[in-house]
Design a protein. Sequence first.
Length: 371
Amino acid sequence: MYKLGKALCKIGGVDNITLQPAAGAHGEYTGIKIIKKYLKTEGFDKNEIIVPDSAHGTNPASSAMAGFRVVEIPSNEKGCVDLDALNEAVNEKTAGLMLTNPNTLGIFEENIKEISEIIHDAKGLLYYDGANLNALMGFVKPGNMGFDLVHFNLHKTFSTPHGGGGPGSGPVGVKEFLKEYLPHPIVEYDGKKYYLKHDLKNSIGKIKGFYGNFGVIVKAYAYVLTMGNSLKKVSEIAVLNANYIAQKLKDIYEFPYSELRKHEIVLSCEKIKKDTGVTALDISKRILDYGMHAPTIYFPLIVKEALMIEPTETESKEELDKFIDIMRKIHRECYENPEIVKSAPHNTEIKRLNTVKATKEPVLSYKMLRR
């Protein structure tokens, strides 16, 4: 744990770390609690956290759970933080800003230095949502961009499967001035032996029993040791894969904002819906018929009829071409035979679900399902 922590600190550009958080959102909550206690200890009366309108939904949720008022600011025409809106939102009550970079559109926040200065001038802290760190490894460190706290999704960037209900791991790294606020215990090394340090002066206390999701942590450590300096290559391939898909689909799907993306692309099916009545949900279900898992839909919320596609570094060109071919076939179907898309999936064991009923009356056991 100590060695993985040191590696993550180097990757993220931070000084100290806790591996207790059991998920990305858990890491967010931990970071926000650290911000809250730090500001209180320093004598600041601040109760507002700023989040962009493109942020992950867990950002405002984590802030609200920690007792902050959430202030949402709009994106500009490039899909990035609107600096005028940020300046207008910042005041003496601003505790900090939660930001993902690249953001959820897959676009790098080119004004990150200005953003950092605005928040720090207001005596607030800058929090890095590490969900998209796989786009930057080896190229830039969040700590060098001005972030005071950084969370890492070990269950995504560092090999363990992402989604499916877990388990996850969301370590939080901090700059030196926040070390004493980390959850206790943290793992230390005195040159001869490793030990647990419990006596952190301003610790927010434990946020999970034991040391976190140890199985995920071990897998991530093995991945870091295996990859070594090739972690930079991981980001190169992730970015290349996303932009390859974008270039192959840009003639038939809409790409709001910048065409050039980092690790993921978000395309819009709004025109298809207007022309044919086929929605992003329909398209995602039709993808299942072709034997491939559907991407995230309807997120970020600022893109209408959104499909978020993130191939990561693991997919081969053959697999990417297969996906591209499926997306082009479905686009043709939307205009030539829209009903086959609207009624999808057809080839799966379970056919079209009543989405509203599935949400309100979830079947949580396969035994119930088989009855």
